[in-house]
Every structure is written in C-alpha cells, then in structure tokens.
Design a protein around this ligand. Structure first.
Ligand SMILES: NC(=O)c1ccc[n+]([C@@H]2O[C@H](COP(=O)([O-])OP(=O)(O)OC[C@H]3O[C@@H](n4cnc5c(N)ncnc54)[C@H](OP(=O)(O)O)[C@@H]3O)[C@@H](O)[C@H]2O)c1
Length: 374
C-alpha cells in the first residue's frame, strides 16, 4: 500500500464517518474502511460508519462486509478501535479475529476506557499499527466526542446570520430573513449534524421558531431543541411544541424558576433541566455539563444575541459559523457580541474557511487551542 493509497483510503474513512454526525450520540461517528489486495491494486471490501444511535461501531460492520477478504487486509479507522467490553464486544478483538494485517488509525481515543489500550491490543496480536494519518480532520470531525471525554461538556458551535449593518434582528419584529435561501438550507444541514440546537428564551419570544431540520427527506434528522430559559418564560403554546412527539424539547431553567410555569412546560411535553444560577441567569457551564451527561456531544447555538454574548464571554464557544449577508436591518438592530462583530472573535478564534453561499459569505472559525490541537 503506497502513502497515496493510505491517504485516499483514510479520506474515505473520514468521509463516511462524517455522514453520521448528529446520528450516533452518545458515541462518536467513526468511519472504517477495510482494504484488500485486488487484481488491479487495492480495493475497498468493507466500508461503514457507526450506526445510528451509536452501535454497532463502524469496525465490526466494515469487517462483516469484508467477510473472508478481511484476512490480511488493512483497516483504516478514524478513531482507535475500542478495547473494553461495553454494550458491544471490543472492536480491537473483532479486528484481530478477522485477521487484518495492518491498522491505520487517525487518532487515539481520549475515552479513558480506551486511551491507547485498543492500539496496544492490536500490536500485541502482531498487527502493524500506524497512528496519526488524517489526525487533523479526525479531531475536527470527532470534536464532540473529544470535548465530552476531555472537558465533560459538548463541543459548542455558534451560528449567527449577520446583516450588512451588523445586526442579527430587531427586537419586537419577529423573525427577519437575513441570510438567503442557499444559506438557510446549509444552516438546516448544520442542524442535522449536531446532537442539539440551543437558543435563548429571547429568540423563542421574538421569533417563535420551529428549530427543526426541514431539508427534504431529512426531517427525521432534527436534533434535540434546547432553550436556555432561567425563569421558564417559554410559552407552552410556542411553535416548538407543535412537533414535540417526534423532536424533543429540553428547557433549561434556573433553580427557583416558577413551579407553575415549569409544570406547564412539562405538561406541553418538554423535558425540564434545573441547573444552578450564576447571577440572574442559568449557569451555562453547569448546563453544558448536564447536557454532556445526557450524551450530547455537539451543540449548535443559534442565538440570539443575549445567549451568544454570554457563551462567548464565558469562553464556552469552540467553533463559529458567521454568515455575512447583504441585507440591511436599519436603525435599532440587535447587535451580537456586544456590537463588536466578527473582529471581536479574532483573538481567540482562527479563520479556517471562507465560502460564498448564494449572496452570503460564510466565515468558519475554530477556537485557536482546538485548531492547534489538531
Ligand atoms: N440572525 C440570527 O442568526 C439570529 C438567530 C437567533 C435569534 N436572532 C434574533 O435575536 C434576537 C433575540 O435576541 P435576544 O438576545 O433577545 O435573545 P436570546 O439570546 O435568544 O435570549 C436571551 C435570553 O436568554 C436567557 N438566558 C438564559 N441563560 C442565560 C445566560 N447564562 N446568559 C444570558 N442569557 C441567558 C436570558 O433570559 P433569562 O434570564 O430569562 O433566561 C436572556 O434574556 C431576535 O431579534 C431574533 O430575531 C437572530
């Protein structure tokens, strides 16, 4: 297998792994590709990602698909195969049993139950192991799992659509279309790739959004909707509750929130999470720890200004999707990040991509320590 072969098969493993983002929590969406010698060069004989819901893991599915051709094959996998007996048998053992000759692993698993033991198990069985190919991409794709394992909170991505005059809306005016239709479709895809979408109660009161993924054929990919609502002000008649039977809602309230209002939200079908307060509002760090404990690995924060400002000020944002649109809001607009705009993020975040989508410019930023770690 040449270095170029290694790169393209790891790229295939990363691509298939990415397809499960938002579908596999609490487990990471791992990609695995099994490659055997063919008459015209190496061929993929098994390819899989972690199944919806987190199991089975990618490796046993790919190895099963390969069948007898796994013997002597190379397995490319975006995360170290697990070594512990969880709800499924260890993937390292499945690879050994299948008789693979070599494993190419993008990153070690930060899960303390694995953390190098999976690789050690393969090596002990005489399998050649290379770690590190595709590590930068794998760290981004698996950022939710890494964050949950190493920091006990989900990976947090802030998305904001900002007008040409720096606003994300205007109080009292309800939902204003700032970005164009192509951007809105992309934003719905981002929703599907997360385990939860979060907004502040101000957005519920102002916009009454549904916060579902409404791309054709993808409505079932709508993640949990989370409202940060210290005093349980979310109306039980909010649009969020229209499809609560299929897309759950979690309202994060502060200790001491009005019990009648909280009960009304629970009666409307919401799950209620009570967390301590930090001053007037719910303690965001405590709320994120509680979300991680519920298996949430990736959260898309969709505003509004109050929640975005608080998350940035508390240094809880790891990734930003900043959409600059040509629309003008005019006087009285709501200005995010205390009115300082994208430039305010330059110190802590690095721009990794700028794209034009329709008439809008998407700037994708990662927190420096996360992107350097990759
Ligand atoms: N263009 C976009 O991308 C976009 C996206 C979403 C919204 N918007 C716009 O944003 C505007 C709404 O902004 P907003 O600031 O009123 O709403 P918001 O950020 O959605 O909600 C603010 C509320 O969040 C609650 N909250 C809970 N925990 C908090 C904490 N730890 N720190 C701070 N706040 C916390 C606070 O109320 P409690 O203390 O009662 O909890 C606060 O009043 C609307 O005009 C909407 O259209 C634009």
């Amino acid at each position: 297998m040449s270095a170029a072969d290694d790169r393209r098969f790891m790229a295939a493993a990363l691509a298939i792994g990415r397809q499960g983002l938002g579908r596999t929590s609490p487990n990471p969406s791992v990609g695995a590709v099994v490659v055997a010698p063919g008459t015209d060069g190496p061929v993929i004989v098994g390819l899989a990602r972690t199944a919806d819901g987190g199991r089975p893991h990618a490796e046993p599915i790919a190895l099963d698909a390969a069948g007898a051709r796994a013997a002597g094959a190379t397995m490319y996998v975006t995360l170290e195969p697990c070594s512990h007996h969880g709800k499924t048998p260890p993937c390292a053992d499945a690879a050994i049993r299948a008789g693979i000759r070599r494993a190419v692993v993008a990153i070690e698993d930060p899960n303390p139950l694995v953390a190098g033991v999976g690789v050690a198990r393969l090596l002990e069985a005489g399998i050649e192991v290379d770690v590190g190919l595709g590590a930068a991409e794998a760290r981004r794709d698996l950022a939710g799992h890494i964050s949950r394992m190493t920091r006990g909170r989900p990976h947090m991505c802030l998305k904001l659509a900002v007008s040409a005059d720096g606003a994300i809306g205007r109080r009292g005016e309800g939902q204003i279309a700032i970005s164009g239709p192509a951007s809105r479709a992309r934003a719905h895809l981002l929703r599907a790739e997360c385990d939860a979408i979060a907004v502040g109660v101000g957005t519920i009161l102002a916009d009454d959004p549904a916060l579902t993924c409404r791309l054709p054929g993808m409505t079932a990919c709508s993640p949990l909707r989370v409202v940060f609502d210290s005093a349980a002000r979310t109306p039980p008649t909010a649009r969020l509750f229209a499809d609560i039977a299929t897309v759950p809602v979690l309202v994060v309230v502060g200790e001491g929130a009005d019990s009648a209002r909280t009960a009304a939200l629970a009666a409307a079908g919401a799950d209620i999470l009570v967390v301590p307060r930090d001053g007037a509002h719910v303690d965001l760090s405590a709320a994120l720890v509680a979300l991680a404990q519920r298996g949430i690995t990736r959260v898309l924060v969709e505003g509004g200004a109050g929640l975005a400002d608080a998350m940035v000020a508390a240094d809880l944002i790891d990734e930003v999707q900043w959409i600059d649109a040509p629309t003008r809001i005019g006087p009285g607009g709501t200005l995010p990040i205390a009115g300082r705009g994208l430039a305010a993020l330059a110190e802590r975040f690095e721009i990794i991509q700028v794209e034009t989508i329709g008439d809008d410019r998407w700037t994708h930023l990662w927190r420096r320590e996360c992107s350097q770690a990759s």
